[in-house]
Design a binder for this molecule. Sequence first.
Ligand code: NAD
Length: 473
Amino acid sequence: MLIAGEWCDAEDGATADILNPATGEVIAKTPKATIGDVEKCVLASRAALQSKDWAAMDPAQRGRILQKMAAATYANAKSLAALESSNNGKTFREALSEIRYGAWTLEYFAGLSDKIEGSTIPVPGNRLNYTLRQPLGVTAHIVPWNFPLQLAIRSIAPALAAGCTVIAKPASWTPLSLIAWAKAMQDSEVGLPADVLQVITGSGGLIGDALAGHAGVDGVVLTGGVPTGQAVMAKASENLTPVTLELGGKGANIVFSDANLRHCAKAICFGIFMNAGQMCWAGSRLIVHEDVHDELVDAVVAEVSKWPVGPGMEEGVRMGSMVHTSHRDDVLNMLSKGLEQGGEVVCGGNALDREGAFMEATVVTGVSSDNLLFQEELFGPVLAVTKFSEDAEALALANDTPFGLLNGIWTNNLSRAHRFARDVESGMVSINEYPITFPQTAFTGWKKSGIGIEQSKDALNFYTKVKNVNVKL
Ligand code: NAD
């Protein structure tokens, strides 16, 4: 862990075994922090904030440091991706593109560091009235295991750009890439003042919980599941600490009969089999017009044959291992419970008959909207297919889940596309492409998919506090 300027063990020396899920091998041991370690971390972060070396630095200079962090991330991308692949199970290619995306996010927020502006407000009388936007303070970043480094950088970059100090806690299964990245930032001498960035490892229930409820933490950012979001929000409410929560999803690709089916079959597979379906924004539902249902299902099944499953570091593999055999088994259990409620497996449906957390790419047709395969986030490579006949029915189906993260619309009818984009209940919508995001566009969920905005200029609002200043002239 990187706490108070030192690479250190847990206070009591306890460690956790870190596995390669494709082999079951222990590849590292990481510290299991204690509450005492959290205290040390928060104290150091507050001291770094109060020293003003970072918060009051010329913001253009902060931007230059973020640029150096981006360059160092690009320079180390291959080794970080290899580590990510061996700890998370995903393919090297996916890991590499995610880490480069992280570097791009740093570049984007580097450019915004000196563009965080207040405003002047016309008020009556002989007065000047204006706002300042000041750093929120110490921010805790609780990171999930599915995109371990990229999602950490996604919130660290705007926090640093705004002048906050950062405590990052990776998920218990996948801490290695974040630790290695923090080390690479140090080794590359990017110029971050001491203790502006710290990394603490350990269980969510203990360390995540302690950070969320700590009076010395000014903001908590969690990417994780809904129950974790609820626990973090409850804990943060004890000190009225603001939270950003990026939670689960149940994305749909809604395909109309005039869509380009070959193109959309590819995107549908990408949207559910990338990262073995372990994605908040996975397109886990396919809602397709009855006239093209059979043709599209055939095209999707044909496309699945281009997704060989195997160890993420192996050449030619497109779908890597899942993060852990226990998670793979949970997904298989949910699949079999869903199938008791209806649906027909037209491809996949099983674990691979080999060592490691592997599962076949799975497509289930005839899934009704009350089936758990339609309603619940499985977080695995399972596509649920549902037919519709009328536009209104498609919209009602798309909105019939507790989540609202990303939905895709496939049509060449311009008015229908925009009508759906307006009416669908999700923070993000993509037309004729899936899934897609950029550092400069908002990543945001409605309903149970979360609270707040990641990426884009809007992300900076969370990391700054507004102060209104009135001057009698
Ligand atoms: P998780 O909720 O189990 O864990 C996320 C993080 O929270 C981990 O670091 C964990 O240690 C910590 N944590 C667990 N319990 C905690 C508690 N009581 N208090 C504080 N911290 C705690 O999620 P996961 O299994 O790592 O990731 C999968 C979930 O994340 C899925 O639901 C997925 O949809 C969601 N996710 C959302 C987005 C998004 O941007 N919306 C992106 C990726 C993943």
